[in-house]
Design a protein around this ligand. Structure first.
Ligand code: ZN
Length: 270
């Protein structure tokens, strides 16, 4: 039983998919006995203007700062961003990160140039070459990692979440070469890997990534794991963080990591 629970991936109503206000999320976190949360609203660089992400992030940071004051006695609240598809406009992504003075930046990829949104893809289509879909995804994710203007790599198993309902399988071992490059680059740059618990609330019913990739990151010398629920509402905040910490311990990690002012803070897995 861990007492130091910190949820480093939370969406408020400033994300297109988020449903609740930052204050409501904070209140729910306090009720659940969580020590801290990082508000990581989305910023999709492909649709920056269209979705008014500049304004969304301004509101998100404002709300997170206000919540830091209001909840200061009960909860740590930090402000972050889930930077999605940064390579759609890498210079602007860097500018957005600089302007908002985030505590924490998640590097994220939901869509590929070749196949679009991994969440929307019809994985049942017989003409779809699943190996190519996944290889393309991870090759592009490697480009995001090499770009490097983030702190932790979000949900490494992201497309697996959406493949699951189609009852088709992909042999990820065939792209272990790309995973190895991702891990080496993360470690060389001192970047964290995220353990995302969101998949446990989906049909896949699994952490993303799975033990294998946590172990791979560790084997390449990686020590920094952030953990987040990917919550989009009060009900999901802090979900399975406890189980995630237990998983990290079982893989052999001694710490988990949270970020403040873009600096890692290592918290012992006690
Ligand atoms: Zn995401």
């Amino acid at each position: 039983m861990y007492i130091n629970l910190f949820d480093s991936h939370v969406h408020s109503d400033n994300s297109p998919e988020g449903r609740d206000l930052v204050t409501a999320l904070c209140s729910a976190a306090v009720d659940k006995g969580i020590s801290g949360i990082c508000i990581t609203d989305a910023c999709d660089m492909e649709e920056f203007e269209e979705q008014k992400y500049g304004k969304r992030l301004m509101y998100s940071c404002f709300a997170a700062h206000k919540a830091q004051d209001i909840f200061s006695q009960q909860l740590i609240v930090t402000n972050g961003v889930e930077m999605c598809q940064p390579l759609a406009d890498p210079d602007r992504a860097v500018q957005v990160i600089g302007e908002n003075r985030f505590d924490f930046v998640l590097g994220s990829l939901h869509k590929t140039r070749k196949y679009g949104d991994m969440m929307m893809l019809n994985y049942a289509h017989p003409a779809l070459d699943l190996q190519d879909v996944f290889r393309s995804y991870y090759e592009e994710l490697l480009e995001v990692v090499q770009w490097g203007h983030f702190d932790s790599l979000a949900h490494l198993g992201y497309p697996l979440r959406y493949l699951k309902p189609y009852n088709r399988t992909v042999d990820l071992a065939q792209i272990d070469d790309v995973f190895a490059e991702i891990m080496k680059s993360l470690v060389a740059q001192g970047k964290a890997l995220e353990l995302n618990t969101g998949g446990l609330r989906m049909e896949i019913e699994a952490f993303t990534p799975s033990n294998k990739y946590l172990q791979m990151y560790k084997d390449y010398g990686g020590e920094m794991i952030t953990i987040g629920s990917d919550a989009e509402c009060c009900n999901d905040i802090g979900c399975d963080i406890q189980a995630g910490l237990e998983l990290l311990k079982s893989v052999g990690f001694k710490y988990f990591t949270v970020y403040k002012n873009r600096q890692p803070v290592m918290l012992r897995l006690l």
